[in-house]
Design a protein around this ligand. Structure first.
Ligand SMILES: NC(=O)c1ccc[n+]([C@@H]2O[C@H](COP(=O)([O-])OP(=O)(O)OC[C@H]3O[C@@H](n4cnc5c(N)ncnc54)[C@H](OP(=O)(O)O)[C@@H]3O)[C@@H](O)[C@H]2O)c1
Length: 225
């Protein structure tokens, strides 16, 4: 079992990533933006936690410097919603840019800062936690403008980065966790947090260098762009 890094790990899906990665025997380095939250409960000899705000370059740099020297898995999980059902007259450009910054550029900053620790002889896997709402083909209901656009941008950043990263033994997967019962997904969501993470862990287990850059749902279904 290798070293895994998880962002946005204090609650929701991020905290469950940490729990299940520890359970599977990984050493985990986890980032929290404001407070450690569930990470305090998960305390373990193989778990190290560190402050990380993916919007703040200084914070990303400090997080990367304190990270273990060789990383085998990065889960770029941190993300925000955009105030879901606003209509187009209410799109707020400042908040839209902030959502883009957190959801699309945040994960890119984390990849950039950890890149030298991920390029080693073994295969390193990077999971970008996107959403079905990124899919242009699947955008039947519209709305959620900034959230959708930020995750579509994340997908394109990822596919573009994979070309370069293959040369360094780094393989990307773009994951949709399902509609999951977290504070972002809400109570009506049909998928429980543990089932979503179990599914995504199994997708990651099967990831190869040749298969880099696919857009996959937690249950293994390949999604349309
Ligand atoms: N739940 C769903 O149905 C669903 C569906 C599709 C995709 N997703 C994606 O899955 C990921 C996790 O979502 P979730 O449902 O677990 O959401 P959540 O419960 O709202 O958790 C979001 C996490 O991201 C962190 N975060 C937000 N902004 C950050 C920043 N600037 N820097 C670092 N951390 C930051 C939050 O930290 P704080 O506690 O400090 O705010 C929190 O730990 C997100 O990328 C989301 O878009 C979720």
């Amino acid at each position: 079992m290798g070293v895994a890094v998880v962002t946005g790990a204090n609650r929701g899906l991020g905290a469950e990533w940490v729990a299940q990665l520890l359970e599977a025997g990984h050493t985990v380095y986890a980032g929290y933006r404001t407070a450690p939250g569930r990470l305090e409960v998960l305390a373990h000899e193989r778990l190290t936690i560190h402050q990380l705000d993916v919007q703040d370059k200084g914070s990303v740099q400090a997080f990367a410097e304190a990270a273990p020297h060789e990383i085998d898995l990065l889960v770029n999980n941190a993300g925000v919603a955009d105030g879901r059902w606003r209509d187009l007259t209410e799109i707020d450009d400042e908040w839209a840019l902030e959502v883009m910054d957190i959801n699309a550029l945040g994960p890119v900053r984390v990849v950039q800062s950890l890149y030298h620790k991920m390029s080693h002889d073994g295969l390193t896997k990077v999971a970008m936690i996107s959403s079905l709402m990124a899919s242009i083909d699947d955008c039947h209901m519209g709305r959620s403008y900034a959230y959708r656009a930020s995750k579509t941008a994340l997908n394109m950043f990822t596919v573009a980065m994979k070309k370069e990263a293959i040369e360094h033994n780094i393989s990307f997967v773009i994951l949709h966790p399902g509609w999951v019962k977290t504070s972002m997904g809400g109570d009506r969501a049909p998928v429980e947090i543990p089932a979503s993470i179990e599914g995504m862990m199994s997708v990651i287990d099967g990831l190869t260098l040749e298969g880099s850059g696919q857009f996959i749902q937690y249950d293994g279904e390949i999604l349309p762009w």
